[in-house]
Design a protein around this ligand. Structure first.
Ligand code: GDD
Ligand code: MN
Length: 373
């Protein structure tokens, strides 16, 4: 009977698939297992490679997702796609040692522990990948919050290598966030009762094939995950990010305007007295373009990091499209405020409603046209 499913999210891991399957096979002698590669339509043909192996080794399964990106959601979908009573998640890039799987299985299968995971910072562990902020020993604010949120002391709450009973996961799968949150943390924070966790020291080796896809924004991602967990149902996380970036854009425009006026008007510049309207309008147009560009870059990096535009062509096109949507948003903003004011609303109320409507409009348009498919 099927005992264990190993979920391996992949993005551009073609060269790692065959070695990974061979290593699973070697490590899991005597265990009835399946491996599920969850690939986000990698351009290097990772899914094809996994399907090629699956033809002769049906223990290997493939889920290919089109038009979506994301490690956490890939892991969740993989875990929900197996009939095996126990499920593990691990990286497909061979940085996680499959030799730990039988030990984790022994801990979880007997019911002694609810969850087993591999820690890069437990006693006896090691890591060949220092120099990245999240790779630095568990001490940071993120880890302290993580321990508070989960009620479990973990030496490596950001680990991506763990195992648990599938039913534990399935009972709460609909409440998992799947957004920018480390999936292990998400599970521990979502399951209501504290889970009994067994730690295994991991020797986190350097990558041999391919390159890392996770960026330096781990702490940011973590905060987004917390937000999503607590407030995501009230204000959609992406819209909250978009709005926050927009508010920063306002500050950038004001700052840029101030600097530009000082530079252009020089000696004649008196703060609060922008009487030369031509100068003012030129400077403010430039400041608006600067703010718009700032918003575009930040949204591309953070709000839409999973759909990030890359390369000169796509970036230029995205920037122009974003400029266009912002202009339409501005019309919505100013227009709705004007209407509200005419029908007797207080100016401040009219302006605020205008800002909200303009932002919603901007968000809807740019989600669809700038970062949409
Ligand atoms: N399906 C899918 N979609 N898989 C992805 C995506 C994605 O958008 N991004 C990355 N992956 C896969 C990779 O192909 C790899 O198998 C695994 O997820 C880990 O990605 P890496 O890019 O190798 O991550 P890392 O080594 O830098 O990060 C490691 O440390 C993190 C904590 O700092 C991983 O172990 C993470 O799981 C861990 O959270
Ligand atoms: Mn890796």
């Amino acid at each position: 009977m099927l005992q264990l499913a190993v979920i391996l999210p992949t993005y551009r891991e073609r060269a790692n698939i065959a070695p990974m399957v061979a290593r699973l096979d070697a490590a899991l002698q005597g265990v009835v297992w399946e491996a599920i590669f969850v690939d986000d339509n990698s351009p290097d043909g990772t899914a094809d490679e996994a399907r090629r192996i699956s033809l002769t080794d049906p223990r290997v399964r493939v889920i290919e997702r089109i038009g979506r990106r994301g490690l956490a959601s890939a892991a969740i979908e993989g875990m929900c796609a197996t009939a095996a009573p126990i499920v593990a998640v691990m990286d497909a890039d061979q940085q996680h040692d499959p030799e730990l799987l039988p030990k984790m299985l022994a801990a979880v299968e007997g019911g002694e522990y609810d969850l087993a995971y591999a820690s890069r910072f437990a006693e006896g562990a090691s890591t060949e990948e220092w120099g990245r902020p999240d790779r630095v020993k568990a001490s940071g604010l993120a880890n302290r919050i993580a321990n508070k949120v989960t009620g479990v002391e973990l030496s490596d709450p950001m680990s991506g290598y763990f195992m648990l009973r599938t039913e534990t996961l399935r009972a709460d799968a609909h409440r998992l966030s799947g957004v920018g949150f480390k999936i292990l943390l998400d599970i521990l924070a979502t399951v209501d009762r504290p889970l009994k966790v067994k730690e295994f020291p991991l020797n986190f080796v350097a990558r041999i094939e391919g390159e890392s896809k996770l960026d330096q924004t781990v702490v940011f991602e973590f905060l987004v995950g917390l937000y999503d967990k607590w407030l995501g149902r009230i204000i959609p996380t992406r819209f909250a990010l978009f709005g926050t970036v927009g508010a920063m854009g306002v500050a950038v425009q004001l700052g840029a305007l101030w600097v530009l006026l000082k530079v252009i008007a020089g000696e004649r510049f008196v703060y609060g007295n922008w009487s030369e309207s031509a100068t003012f309008n030129t400077a403010n147009t430039l400041a608006a373009i600067i703010a718009m560009t700032f918003n575009f870059v930040l949204n591309n990096e953070l709000t839409y990091s999973d759909k990030r535009l890359r390369g000169f062509g796509p970036l230029l096109r995205g920037w122009a499209q974003f400029g266009l949507t912002c202009s339409l948003g501005l019309l919505t903003n100013v227009g709705s405020a004007a209407v509200l004011k005419t029908i007797g609303f207080h100016s401040v109320v009219a302006v605020i409603v205008g800002i909200v409507l303009g932002s919603v409009w901007n968000f809807a348009l740019s989600s669809r046209f700038v970062w949409g498919k």
